[in-house]
Design a protein. Structure first.
Length: 440
């Protein structure tokens, strides 16, 4: 069936006027030589043997036919020898004892030369390709050059910016989710570092204590404190009124003779109503505005400062400061978390929409990234690519994966003319040898 397909291909080539003259000539010669070779071996030769034994032909004609047959026989042997040799390169594709070539060699030729040695051929071809055809470093250099050209292309830069913009905008919510705990933890850690025992003591000694020791600042602080207390006088008076009422009612309830018959509450309300609270409030405000009160508050601030100074130096302060530090840190963390959750997504969106950001990326980030990749490719990148190319192994694996029958069809499609020329040449060389034998 394969032989018939090959003959059909040669016939189509012969009829195709678009093919070259040389190709059509060899197709014609192959169509002529192949049938003639088979007829010579399997028809003419048996007929000649039979004619000699039966003596049915004229001896002179038989002698002439014998001369022609010898030349044809030598030519046929030359053609068929080359034909079989070319077939044995690839066939049989798989080990078998039923292929014509296996039968012809009495089972010796079970598989073609190429399929039987495909692994060894792949390994050897891979070595030869890497050593003599394709230099690994040169290939790596060409790849690096191509990569650099792609990276430096304006189209690549525009594509990279577009992809970057799309990715960042798509994941802006995740960016915010990622940044919130990071910023929160960083700020909380900063607060913890600032509000430690050493810093608080240092702040007191270097900032607060010197100011309390200053007469001018102490006087100003005492005056401000007196002013604040005077502003709170109405609230203080209301509180004082409630305290007096409660105290009087409690006193009357503890003395039945004074507050019997359930009149303690009414008597307490009456007592409170007799007091001129407006006048009391004015006197308190006047008292707070007096210089003596301001001086007293200043002295109390100095005393408080001294007490705090001693307290900072006591063992008790360490645990109290640590507690204050933990409370402050936790409150700050809660505040920052809420604040960031409310504002950070909007900030991120504004940043991603900012023209300045993309202008900065275009003018600063992308050129530096290009330069960094260029330097890397020109140095260790090229060597790394060369190490990982493994040309020999790649060629070997490619050959091992290649189906032998497909490879055979590819060879015959590309080089059918030259393979046919080898067979035709065998026919003519065999014929010439036959003529020479006749002349000797």
């Amino acid at each position: 069936m394969t032989i018939l397909n090959e003959f059909q291909k040669r016939f189509l080539i012969l009829r195709d006027s678009s093919q070259s003259r040389e190709k059509r000539l060899f197709a014609f010669l192959e169509l002529l030589c192949a049938p003639l070779s088979f007829l010579t071996l399997f028809v003419f030769l048996p007929a000649m043997i039979l004619s000699r034994r039966c003596e049915t032909l004229d001896p002179l004609l038989l002698a002439r036919l014998d001369l022609v047959l010898r030349v044809l026989l030598a030519a046929s042997v030359g053609y068929l020898t080359n034909f079989i040799a070319l077939e044995m390169i690839f066939k049989p594709f798989q080990p078998t004892n039923s292929h014509p070539l296996s039968i012809l060699t009495l089972g010796y030729w079970k598989q073609g030369l190429v399929p039987r040695n495909k692994d060894q051929l792949g390994e050897e071809i891979g070595k030869q390709v890497e050593e003599k055809l394709l230099d690994t470093k040169e290939v790596a250099g060409d790849l690096c050059t191509a990569i650099l050209e792609i990276l430096q292309s304006p189209r690549t830069l525009e594509t990279a910016k577009g992809q970057m913009r799309e990715i960042l905008k798509t994941h802006d919510a995740r960016i915010s989710e990622f940044l919130i705990p990071q910023i929160e933890e960083s700020l909380a850690q900063t607060v913890r570092q600032l509000l430690n025992e050493e810093n608080l003591r240092s702040f007191w000694q270097e900032v607060i204590a010197p100011r309390l020791n200053s007469d001018e600042i102490r006087q100003l602080a005492a005056q401000k404190l007196a002013d604040k207390l005077r502003e709170k006088t109405p609230q203080f008076m209301e509180t004082l009124r409630e305290m007096v009422r409660d105290y009087v009612m409690s006193f009357l309830q503890r003395n039945p003779l004074l507050g019997g018959f359930g009149l303690a509450e009414k008597m307490a309300e009456g007592f409170v109503s007799f007091v001129d609270w407006v006048e009391v409030g004015k006197k308190i405000e006047d008292r707070l505005c007096s210089p003596s009160t301001v001086d007293t508050l200043g002295e109390e601030l100095v005393s408080l400062g001294s007490e705090l100074q001693k307290w900072f130096q006591s063992p008790e302060s360490a645990s109290r400061i640590e507690g204050f530090q933990n409370i402050a840190q936790e409150r700050f963390r809660i505040f920052m978390k809420q604040y960031l959750q409310e504002n950070l997504p909007r900030w991120v969106e504004q940043i991603l929409e900012s023209p300045q950001l993309w202008q900065w990326i275009d003018s600063e980030i992308l050129p530096k990234a290009q330069e960094a990749v260029k330097v890397w490719l020109q140095n260790e990148g090229q060597d790394l690519i060369a190490e990982r190319l493994h040309l020999a192994q790649r060629v070997q694996k490619a050959i091992e994966k290649q189906d032998v029958e497909e490879f055979y069809l590819m060879i015959t499609n590309v080089a059918a003319q030259h393979l046919g020329a080898i067979q035709v040449l065998g026919f003519f060389l065999g014929g010439i040898v036959g003529l020479i034998q006749l002349l000797l």
